[in-house]
Design a protein around this ligand. Structure first.
Ligand code: ZN
Length: 277
């Protein structure tokens, strides 16, 4: 018996463009097709940003609705997670797509420096978005870009804003934020287990760290994230051909750690989500 590993595919993100990698899906039709291929390759959770017609990051609920409908139709049971991330989006619009009741939504619980900007998440905004997710029965994926965000999660639980047990993602390898160091991940995972019993976790390695961090997470009992949002290249020599190719890459190493790509049903059970309707 191998142990299921949820593979998240982060298909688009807020930043990458077709100039960076022509495989980055930008239009809703491209996003749906790219997600379907990744689903067939073993992804059971999709992390969704949308873009406007000029390719800029957007909070437009109509775009989110179109992508959500297409993925529901083409990828039965797949967990759909909307980004509420701030890059390129007005702060007061980041929560608007939550009215569409995705299965999950990302929730950064603090602010942090990135390479050339401040990723700003005011405590009031964090609390308001958490409350909206709670009230709409949307499970947050807590995004930990800095260790303080882990402890802030405990505070949200204590205040009744996040329903335990949480699902946490550790993001490693963004310049100025947490580096991709295995000892750091091991510490963070131990702290999570100590503070929040029953919590589940994923790790995402950014850029060239993607596969290495996925291997650590598989070995340490966590779940994994891949996709063109985080990394544009297959290896040092070439660009990734698709999101599906990156999913295949991580699916192929699962057996090294006695893991297998979780089915949508397994992923929903692990995260405490209801079966797909
Ligand atoms: Zn994202």
């Amino acid at each position: 018996m191998t142990i299921p590993a949820i593979i998240t595919v982060a298909i688009t993100g807020a930043v990458p463009s077709k100039a960076d990698n022509p495989a980055v899906p930008i239009s809703p039709a491209e996003q749906i097709a790219s997600t379907e291929a990744a689903f067939r390759a073993g992804a059971s959770l999709v992390h969704v940003h949308v873009r406007d017609d000029a390719g800029r990051s957007s909070s437009d609920p109509a775009r989110f609705a179109e992508v959500q409908a297409g993925i529901r139709d083409r990828c039965p049971g797949m967990i759909i997670q909307f980004s509420t991330g701030g890059r390129g989006r007005a702060q007061n619009e980041r929560a608007r797509p939550l009215d569409l009741k995705p299965d999950m939504a990302s929730l950064a619980t603090g602010s942090v420096n990135f390479a050339a900007q401040i990723y700003e998440n005011h405590p009031d905004l964090v609390a308001a978005m958490a409350a909206t997710m709670r009230d709409l029965a949307i499970k947050p994926e807590i995004e930990v870009f800095d260790l303080a965000m882990l402890y802030a999660t405990q505070s949200l639980i204590d205040r009744g804003l996040v329903v335990p047990p949480p699902h946490v993602q550790f993001v490693l390898g963004i310049p100025n934020a947490l580096p991709a160091r295995r000892r750091l991940l091991e510490f963070a995972v131990a702290e999570l287990a100590d503070l929040m019993s029953g919590a589940t976790w994923t790790a995402a390695g950014i850029g060239r760290h993607q596969l290495e961090v996925a291997r650590w997470a598989l070995e340490l009992g966590g779940h994994v994230r891949t996709g063109l949002e985080d990394n544009l290249k297959y290896d040092r020599s070439r660009l990734a051909a698709s999101n599906a190719e990156l999913v295949e890459q991580v699916a192929a190493v699962c057996p090294d750690y006695n893991r297998h790509p979780a089915t949508p049903g397994e992923a929903r059970a692990i995260l405490g989500l209801p079966p797909a309707s």
